[in-house]
Design a protein around this ligand. Sequence first.
Ligand SMILES: NC(=O)c1ccc[n+]([C@@H]2O[C@H](COP(=O)([O-])OP(=O)(O)OC[C@H]3O[C@@H](n4cnc5c(N)ncnc54)[C@H](OP(=O)(O)O)[C@@H]3O)[C@@H](O)[C@H]2O)c1
Length: 287
Amino acid sequence: MGSVKDRIVIITGASSGIGEATARRLAREGAAVVLAARRRERLERLAEEIAASGGRALVVPTDVTVEADRRRLVERTMQTYGRIDALVNNAGYGQRGPIESVPLEAIRRNFETNLFALIALTQLVIPILRVQRGGRIVNVSSVAGRIARPFSAVYDATKHALEAISDGLRGELAPFGIHVIVIEPGFIQTEFLRVADEVSRSVLERSQPYAPFLADLDRRYERLRRWAGHPEDVAAVILRALMERHPRPRYAVPGHARALLALKRWIPDHLFDALMRRQMGLRPIES
Ligand SMILES: NC(=O)c1ccc[n+]([C@@H]2O[C@H](COP(=O)([O-])OP(=O)(O)OC[C@H]3O[C@@H](n4cnc5c(N)ncnc54)[C@H](OP(=O)(O)O)[C@@H]3O)[C@@H](O)[C@H]2O)c1
């Protein structure tokens, strides 16, 4: 097991949830963390807290979908620390709604944040890691990167694509000593659901034929809350992915995520579909 002490780690989406918990944890272990997200005040508050407990944090307000912001993030990190040891690609959000009624523009936006921006930032960091002959890229995917659900398939598609990009990249970068690792959280208590509700509200309101199922969706998600893990659980796994000498290609967290992925792997698709429909109350519409 290695250590993250004095490692320079960029974390996107550090203003809340998993990113924030990861920044706190890595800083506690002695890493210098570079905090990137759009909400500057949140990042500054976190940086102050980290500094007060003797850690190091650099705030670089960043919208990952803006090219100039991505460049500034990498430049400020290099100016301040002179190197980058790891990039934790964590920023993301969930678009919900029946595929029939999600505007293409909203689908593109979700891909822009969760996938294209992530690829573009990674492209800026790779040459630096390559010259240093080592480093780690940790991509925060989801169980949704391997399981697609009704009414969440747009978000799920962004994460499926991220899994594919990560697998390809892992092979390409292995000769340079750069590890690419995927993290697959299950349901975690963060601001994720609130943000998904906000960005999806107008779509859900325009999805009349699906209304009986959508009305039930919130209640079902609410029930899932008792299974929810904590952002600190994911942070601990990200720390492990950064420290293990031979990191695994993917880590699922917490237990319910591993169980769900095992179920998906072992039972036939038509049975998994039937379980999903049952879980989501998708019965035939009575005319
Ligand atoms: N919570 C879950 O159940 C769960 C499960 C599986 C996977 N995940 C994944 O975990 C990651 C973190 O999500 P979370 O659960 O921690 O949700 P969260 O609390 O909503 O945090 C999302 C973070 O992403 C940042 N972000 C969003 N758009 C951005 C942009 N354009 N530029 C920069 N930063 C941006 C947000 O910061 P600003 O708004 O300040 O920019 C925030 O810091 C996401 O990739 C999500 O898909 C979450």
